[in-house]
Design a binder for this molecule. Structure first.
Ligand code: ADP
Ligand code: MG
Length: 699
């Protein structure tokens, strides 16, 4: 429940003075729906007005001139600006308007009247001029701010209007009891929340605008703490939700025997962590983080087996049909050896298949369901679902995960959640994105992998690449050829892929398979199966093979137009090779045509490809990706439920984030239900930063 003291801030923005029907949608779009959102809008710059005269006007700076209007100069020809000549004791200044009405300007600036004008000083034909100046009458002049914050403006909503609205919103901000620890506040030399908010809207110099400014830090910390608290509370709610106790049994030993390898130390450790959670009787929420090829599937398989052996069902959900089928093909026989029956559910099952499989699930005859989005549809019912495993979890929305988890039986309790991700992200981002989950990491790769040699070549050398590829294929190798990313449009890319497949068939004189997102599932599956079984030497594909596909015998990966792919995506694609003991190669082709001259490569693209050439370490690649993208939207996180912070920048405020996370644990450790005096102030903080009903709220 929202504390009453916050009601004025949570009023609709239309309640603010000055927000009429015309600008209402603009304000909502710029700031958000609530008065709070306007109060939380940070200035992006500032104007410092210096008193100047015509003779000492400094070009490029914002000056404030006390002048008398001399005359209006109406343009002789259309398109020329309207000018007003204004004088002071030292000379004259031209005030300039492009467009606008001469009449209106004349009324605003009558001849002989005194005015203060302000704006950026320019020089034109060696005369001082100000384009579109701010104008103040002598009465207004007493209030001219020497420093004025500049806000992000939009068409129809100027910075000055936003500033007025921000001031109006600020006036609604109540004094709130302090929620920060006084010792910490003193140490950081931070002002109170309300003073910080006031100061936010009254910067006095450029450094005040930086994320490192104390007032911005205070607000960022408040926001991060509120978010970490919310995540920690969710974690807690999850933990007090009872869930079936899953115990490891003989079945998992049989599975381990059936695996053609033994688990790495990291895998064994992750299995142990998962088992501890599953046996605790409370709902598990765990992220299994491991770079491409680190062997997450085997870890998941053990959880599936344990769950079945304990008499419950589980679901493994993958984002693409290719991946779901691959999981099914690999896991079903293995699980069979442990006496477990598995079904596959995708969007392409025939009605008869679907009916039969759904019946098996509902009756509890099938213990494991592997599938795509088809798994969380309403018609899917489980008898005793106890575990949901989400592969490549960033491809799913929070809602989709929850819909699958909601298929548990309330009588047996909550459904355990194991999510898996190959996106290596720094710990700070992990905290903001997955703060409610426990994390297991696969820090080592299975043994016996030879590093992938990566070469970066211009597209013009494609002939040479084809020749060497031919030799490799003739000696029994298998290769992926990822097709030109030509356009945003999938159909154009598809045409290019088809053309490339035809070219390669002709030039290499080998059988070439083609796999893309638009072909019928069965057909694509057949192609993938032929490739996986070694019947097809070469697979031309669009990025459908990006996630998860595992064909250990494939050792060559050619990626055309590599410069158009993101770093993380290239890393994923390259991760398709280097999965066996044989040496692998990845060739990144860049630039336009097959025959053209060597193209120039943009700096960012060059660094990206160079990074990839240099390292296979997903973590290093992620950090570099981060650096290259700046604070923008690292790794496309916004899409995947990354919170849209108003003040905090998880990269620039990384130490604050770590502190906020510790603080949140400490606060809830002492006072889990926030019933103490500080607890009640903490509730206000949480409510203040509650974005739940907000268009940009992530969760
Ligand atoms: P990812 O973490 O990318 O999902 P996979 O689970 O697809 O990786 O595993 C990649 C490959 O490594 C598979 O071919 C798998 O059989 C193999 N693998 C997994 N664990 C081991 C291990 N401990 N020893 C050897 N090979 C393994
Ligand atoms: Mg995988």
């Amino acid at each position: 429940m929202r504390p009453q003291i916050l009601f004025p801030l949570f009023a609709e923005v239309s309640n603010l003075k000055g927000v009429g029907p015309k600008i209402l949608p603009l304000v909502q779009k710029l700031a958000g729906p609530l008065v709070r959102d306007v109060a939380f809008l940070s200035p992006s710059g500032l104007i410092i007005r210096r008193p100047m005269t015509a003779v000492d006007a400094v070009e490029g700076h914002v000056g404030l001139f006390e002048i008398v209007i001399d005359r209006l100069i109406v343009p002789g020809k259309p398109g020329a600006p309207i000018k007003v000549r204004a004088i002071d004791e030292t000379g004259f200044v031209h005030l300039i308007w492009f467009g606008g009405s001469a009449q209106h300007i004349d009324r605003l600036l009558p001849k002989g009247q005194k005015r203060w004008v302000s704006g950026k000083v320019e020089r034109f034909n060696n005369e001082v001029q100000i384009v579109h100046p701010d104008i103040f009458t002598p009465e207004q002049a007493v209030d001219i701010p020497a420093v004025e914050p500049v806000y992000p403006a939009t068409q129809g909503l100027t910075s000055r209007v936003v500033r007025k609205l921000a001031q109006a919103a600020l006036a609604q901000a109540p004094d709130l009891a302090e929620w920060q620890d006084p010792a910490w506040l003193a140490k950081m030399r931070w002002p109170s929340w309300r003073d910080a908010l006031k100061a936010l809207h009254a910067p006095s110099s450029e450094p005040d605008l930086l994320p490192e400014a104390p007032i911005r830090q205070r607000l960022a910390y408040d926001e991060l703490l509120a978010h970490q608290l919310a995540l920690a509370r969710r974690r807690r709610t999850r933990k007090i939700t009872p869930a079936p106790r899953i115990m490891p049994g003989d079945a998992s030993a049989r599975l381990l025997d059936a695996l053609p390898f033994s688990l790495t130390g990291a895998q064994a450790q992750a299995v142990q962590e998962i088992r501890r959670d599953l046996a605790a009787g409370e709902q598990m929420g765990r992220l299994l983080q491991g770079d491409v090829g680190s062997g997450k599937t085997a870890v998941a398989a053990l959880a599936l087996v344990d769950t079945a052996a304990s008499g419950f069902q589980s679901a493994l959900m993958a984002p693409t049909e290719i991946l779901a089928r691959q999981h099914y093909q690999k896991l079903a026989p293995l699980l069979e050896t442990a006496g477990i029956s598995t079904i596959l559910l995708t969007g392409r099952d025939t009605p008869a298949e679907r009916r039969e499989r759904l019946a098996a699930l509902a009756a509890g005859d099938a213990q494991v369901a592997i599938g795509t989005h088809a798994l969380f549809q309403d018609a899917v019912r489980f008898d005793r679902l106890a575990l949901a495993v989400i592969d490549e979890q960033h491809r799913f929305g929070v809602n989709e995960r929850q819909r699958l988890q909601a298929k548990g039986d309330p009588r047996t309790g909550g459904v355990h959640l194991l999510t898996m991700s190959a996106t290596p992200i720094p710990r700070t981002l992990e905290l903001t994105q997955y703060g409610e989950l426990e994390v297991s990491r696969l820090t080592e790769k299975p043994p016996g992998r030879t590093p992938v040699t990566t070469a970066v070549l211009p597209q013009a050398r494609i002939g040479e690449v084809a020749k060497r590829l031919k030799a490799a294929l003739d000696s029994g190798a298998q290769a992926y050829w990822i097709c030109p990313l030509v356009a945003e449009s999938e159909s154009i890319d598809l045409a290019a892929a088809e053309a490339r497949a035809a070219d390669l068939r002709r030039i290499l004189k080998v059988e070439v398979g083609l796999a893309h997102g638009q072909m019928p599932g069965a057909e694509r599956e057949a192609v993938m199966a032929d490739f996986a079984d070694g019947r097809l030497p070469l697979l031309v594909a669009t990025t459908v093979v990006e996630v998860g596909v595992d064909v250990p015998n494939a050792t060559i990966m050619v990626i055309e137009h590599a410069d158009r792919f993101g770093l993380a995506q290239l890393h994923q694609l390259r991760g398709r090779v280097g999965r066996g003991a044989k040496a692998s190669a990845c060739i990144l082709l860049y630039g336009g045509s097959d025959t053209g001259q060597e193209p120039s490569l943009g700096e960012t693209a060059r660094v990206r490809l160079e990074t990839l050439r240099r390292t296979e370490d997903g973590f290093v690649i992620a950090e570099e990706d981060f650096r290259l993208r700046g604070g923008g939207d690292p790794l496309g996180l916004k899409q995947s439920g990354f919170p849209a912070y108003r003040f905090a920048d998880p990269i620039r405020h990384r130490s604050l984030l770590l502190a906020a996370s510790d603080d949140a644990r400490l606060i809830l450790g002492r006072d889990p239900d926030l019933v103490s005096e500080r607890g009640s102030t903490i509730r206000v903080l949480e409510a203040l930063f509650d974005w739940k009903n907000d268009r940009s709220g992530a969760d």
